[in-house]
Design a protein around this ligand. Sequence first.
Ligand code: GLN
Length: 195
Amino acid sequence: MTPPSPAVGVLALQGAFETHARRLAELGADASLVRKPGQLATLDALVIPGGESTTFLKHLERAGFYDALNQFVHSKPVFGTCAGCILLAREVTNPQQPSLGALDIAVERNAYGRQNDSTILTAETTLPGGPLEMVFIRAPRITRISDNIEVLAKRDDSPVLIRQGRILASTFHPELGDDPRVHQLFLNIVRRSMS
Ligand code: GLN
């Protein structure tokens, strides 16, 4: 018997949410776009895409969304990419701003400077299948991680793909490359959390 498809929402307030949803659907998830806080109740997991974290915060302040999202990220599998990673972090700098604090890391926003606004790199990863291509867009840098965080890939010496139990985060955009391994890993985490 095939196991049921996990219901994975993609926060669709801004950013490349459709690209995430397509990739998740290709990998067998029941993917949906989340625009209202009430939709969170039916989901097994959520992706928070990239974009501008300050704009996200403004949208989330709309009635009830911040609280509902806060509750979700502290109890269910979540994958935050770039601005999504910033929203999940415990501490944000450059400048300081509020965040959900589910992931025990500190991040510095826009840390690679204007010259490096956008970069594609290939780096080693602990994921099976060899080096990973990574697309960075006005990326943050993870400047501190706690002991319970697993580092799955690095750029120079900074972690760029990390896992803390049921939470996965990347400072790059895995939905913009052709490689499905990061979304696949997330779906494995989601499926395990459901069994
Ligand atoms: N620079 C954005 C921020 O600080 C993140 C960029 C991205 O998500 N690609 O929120």
